[in-house]
Design a protein around this ligand. Structure first.
Ligand SMILES: [Zn+2]
Length: 145
């Protein structure tokens, strides 16, 4: 297997698959395959690790009327809501998505409600869900809008 040097370096830094995939514009599945090829362990996202990331997420959010959740944590220069836990960087949207679905987002997790930057788990969708919702919308309304 051809192992890209930049991906290997990011994996050795301990970044999550979806974070590396986002940085290198590739899929989390390819990052995971490289992780396996390098013999690197999966990130500790079991009950203890997940609880910790979720606790940090909860501590950096503020419930708003309408079920929205405002991010009060770090916002990067490019406008992303970021969370750092045990030396790993996480997208707050990806964490919210994982809280709701139990899996990492495919593509980028984004706010799907009308409140900019909302990170309520129910208000965050991934590329797969957006494509599905757009297809359903077009099936109902013929894409006429
Ligand atoms: Zn919302």
């Amino acid at each position: 297997m051809n192992i890209p040097a930049d991906m290997a370096a990011l994996l050795r830094q301990g970044l999550a698959n979806h974070v590396i995939a986002s940085q290198l514009h590739t899929s989390p599945a390819k990052v995971q395959a490289t992780r396996v090829a390098l013999g690197l362990p999966n990130l500790a996202l079991g009950p203890q690790g997940a609880a910790s990331v979720q606790e940090l997420f909860a501590a950096r959010t503020e419930p708003l009327p309408g079920g929205h959740l405002r991010w009060t944590g770090t916002i990067t220069r490019d406008g992303a809501n970021k969370l750092r836990c045990r030396g790993h960087n996480y997208s707050a949207h990806a964490v919210a998505f994982r809280i709701r679905t139990g899996r990492d987002p495919i593509g980028r997790a984004r706010t799907s409600c009308d409140m900019p930057r909302c990170v309520a788990p129910a208000h965050v969708s991934d590329q797969t869900e957006r494509a599905r919702d757009n297809a359903a919308f077009n099936a109902l309304f013929g894409g006429a809008l």
